[in-house]
Design a protein around this ligand. Structure first.
Ligand code: AMP
Length: 383
């Protein structure tokens, strides 16, 4: 194979894990980020520059054979500019849709995929009108640039409207706002899917996710889902992938209530809820993303038993308890600790659900993280 260079816009842990998974394929990487200490830079050459700077983007384009993203908020115009010079996957159009909660929800609805009630908001009057139609409780969110629960305000009652507007109103004119009905979901699921340049489509088994304060805390795969539910979820992902002519890995996040699925968002990149695939699936999301953007055959997405991923937020715990488990795997992203920052994760893998539950309980006790492991343990124990 030629020594191809894959360019990645964004140099966080996703780029880092992508570079690690691409090494056996003989690939080279160039990562671009706005900061010099981006953690992917520990494993791949790093170009520091602003995504809107044509000189920096031009240098990036000149040094790579194909470009992709670890960060979905690269300006769509920059992705367009780049795509005139080098192949870019997923396409700037797919990126643009997924960057905007309004465009995304509109597409879901158009494709017959159920969504929570929503309304675009550009003024305080529109917020009042939307509270009447969408109802409370609801969530006011920025249309763009929000992630991990940032740029969101929960409106529990009509009296919260002033506080919501104080918090986010100024952003109506910049990134735009949307209000969404609050979904009292029983479970959150995600479909992590990959589509090749030739249109081949595969999904990993459904993943069940638990968030704390809007940030992913734990993922379990395969999720508890009967065949019909899984088929519905995968059908939605396939429909979106085909409609967007998507190339690469993406995640579709879904709420499940009374056996009904509602789409929350589409992440146009490898996704935190797919990290378990590194050890828990025949082919990881990172490797399949690279295969897809390079036009290589996609790898099998089947699960190897049962896997649970635990996110480490803020600071890394001690590694010993996880490494001491037969199916324990450790990922330290090499980042400086900072409150709320994703600094690493662990994946525990076992052949049977009960064995995975026991391993999780042991790790939870050893690290004082009983609350973090409790939801996946309950799911595995059949509670
Ligand atoms: P998001 O950034 O939209 O993925 O939101 C992060 C998390 O906040 C989701 O995974 C949910 O746990 C929660 N959340 C977001 N939107 C809603 C909603 N409309 N109803 C209930 N929970 C939500």
């Amino acid at each position: 194979m030629n020594r191809l260079t894959v360019g990645i816009l964004g140099g966080g842990q996703l780029a880092r894990m992508m570079a690690l998974s691409g090494a056996p394929l003989g690939l080279r990487f160039l990562v671009m980020d706005t900061v010099a200490d981006a953690c992917a830079g520990q494993f791949a050459p790093l170009l520091v520059g602003d995504y809107r700077d044509e000189a920096a983007l031009g240098e990036f384009a000149a040094r790579v054979d194909v470009a992709t993203f670890d960060f979905e908020n690269v300006p769509a115009e920059s992705a367009e500019w780049l795509s005139a010079r080098v192949p870019v996957f997923p396409s700037p159009r797919a990126l643009a849709v997924a960057q905007d909660r309004l465009a995304e929800k509109t597409l879901f609805r158009e494709q017959g995929i159920p969504v929570p009630a929503f309304a675009a908001i550009s003024s305080r009057e529109e917020l009042d009108a939307a509270l009447a139609t969408v109802g409370v409780p609801c969530i006011l969110k920025t249309r763009r640039l929000g992630y991990d629960g940032k740029g969101q305000f929960r409106i529990r009652a009509l009296a919260d409207a002033d506080a919501a507007w104080d918090a986010l109103g100024a952003q109506a004119a910049t990134v735009g706002l949307i209000v969404e009905a609050f979904v009292p979901f029983e479970r959150e699921l995600s479909v992590v899917a990959v589509r090749g340049r030739d249109g081949e489509f595969r999904t990993w088994p459904l993943t069940e996710n638990w968030h704390v304060d809007g940030v992913l805390s734990a993922s379990l795969a395969p999720a508890r889902a009967d065949a019909a539910l899984a088929e519905t979820a995968i059908g939605y992902a396939r429909r979106l992938a085909e409609r967007l002519d998507y190339v690469g890995v993406f995640a579709l996040e879904l709420f499940c209530r009374d056996g009904v699925l509602l789409a929350n968002e589409l992440a146009p990149r490898v996704h935190n809820s797919g990290h378990w695939t590194i050890e828990g699936a025949e082919t990881s999301q990172f490797q399949n993303h690279l295969r897809a953007v390079l036009g290589l055959p996609l790898g099998d997405t089947g699960a190897l038993g049962h896997a649970c991923m635990l996110n480490w937020i803020g600071a890394m715990p001690a590694a010993g308890a996880v490494l001491g488990e037969p199916g324990g795997h450790w990922h330290d992203y090499g980042k400086e600790p900072r409150e709320g920052r994703k600094v690493g994760h662990a994946t525990l893998r076992a052949d049977a659900p009960q064995a995975l539950a026991t391993a999780l309980e042991q790790v939870g006790r050893a690290l004082g993280r009983e609350a973090q492991v409790a939801p996946p343990v309950a799911a595995l124990r059949g509670a």
